[in-house]
Design a protein around this ligand. Sequence first.
Ligand code: UDX
Ligand code: ADP
Length: 466
Amino acid sequence: MKVKNICCIGAGYVGGPTMAVIAEKCPHIKVTVVDINESRIAAWNGENFDELPVFEPGLGDIVKKTRGRNLFFSTNVDQAINEAEMIFISVNTPTKTYGKGKGMAADLKYIELCARQIARVSKTDKIVVEKSTLPVRTASAIKSILDNTGNNVQFEILSNPEFLAEGTAVEDLLFPDRVLIGGDNSTDSGQKAIQALVEIYSNWVAKERILTTNVWSSELSKLTANAFLAQRVSSINAMSEICEKTGADVSEVAKAIGMDSRIGSKFLKASVGFGGSCFQKDILNLVYIAKSYGLDQVADYWEQVVIMNDHQKQRFSDNIVSTLYNTVSGKKITFLGWAFKKDTNDTRESAAINVADNLLSERANVSVYDPKVSSKQIYADLDYLGTRSNEENKDLLSVYKDPYEACKDSHGIAILTEWDEFKNYDWKNIYKQMNKPAFVFDGRGILDKDELGSIGFIYYKIGSGD
Ligand code: UDX
Ligand code: ADP
């Protein structure tokens, strides 16, 4: 089966970049990305390719090349579903905020709505591809909805989880370590569907990197990959606290263990805590699944990764308060960075949000500079927590467009995101304009300790005990 038309439901951080790369690599396929969010679609269709709704290095160039050629962004979901032979579901699956599984399970409301819409609209057979990260066995729920509410057309469900990381999405999509496709190999139509998707990726990915498995293995592999990655971060963060107490340096420890080929050097960077839309959500989801099967020890084991992460954020803000003579009330504390990592404008679950919230509760005046995050987003992140009124958040926190202004008259600077530009600031000048003693709390370990020390800063680096 040759796919000529693809529809992707959800024009977010996953759907947008993934479809842009498919469109670039498969000029013979028409790719339509649809979303119910009109302003998001308008932004994807905007004039300025530097201001797409998702900031990713290299993405603007690909969209510029493909948009209007074989890549289209639209709010007409029904039409795109109808035209397509293959439909990717790439909508958000946040942690449930209500009812059973609140705070743990994935909320599948948006997935179900998509499935019902696909069933209602489809007049021809479709291959439905799960792109969003989903609890294991979600495909059977989608299949049941499609088969029971559809117009007697055939649906094949595939799981094709996305492993891209934000900030390197384009690179990850162009040169993936592997592409995973889960499907029903026991039927002829299942095999054909798997093959159709394999063919699409084969346009740019070597065959040996395209893995095919059963659907449940594919769904569970995505959760497992994220759990393992997050676990490494929590493990090194746990060691960072021991380093601080013992005079060791976590970056030296990470280097020493990372050279062991069995351990490997990646994902060993101690930080103020992991963020992003996936790690916490997926682990909590895994914990929920384990509990629902009565696997309490398995659940407790994985939950500890999130507990450790919360602790890391809390102890970072506690350290700021205790170092600043046990009070930050009325003091200006500057945050450099708000995004959950560099090279993205995404702030979901960013450590900065909780650290700011803790400091605001201590009545600090937090000022924030981030090169890519808007002030609207920063206030929305804080307001969402509901710790205090929106007006109080506005009074206590200010957002700056200029980093030097953000640091002026500050008592302490906290590095929350590892943006490269922070390394090249004129730190002498920043020091001159600050209250003394001037502190830097480097939650990412990116600045040069000796240089800052010689300027006069009192420098605290996460995981460094000397
Ligand atoms: C992650 C997975 O890497 C990706 O495969 C999956 O598809 C989605 O979830 P993402 O959340 O975009 O990707 O970014 P990632 O690079 O994994 O970073 C997640 C968080 O961990 C960030 O806050 C980052 O700063 C932090 N991190 C990562 C560390 O603190 N230390 C590290 O060594 C690595
Ligand atoms: P991700 O990081 O998984 O891509 P995002 O939140 O960035 O998540 O994007 C998901 C997108 O899916 C949002 O833009 C949202 O408006 C869209 N969406 C959710 N439900 C539907 C739906 N039923 N039909 C179309 N789009 C939807």
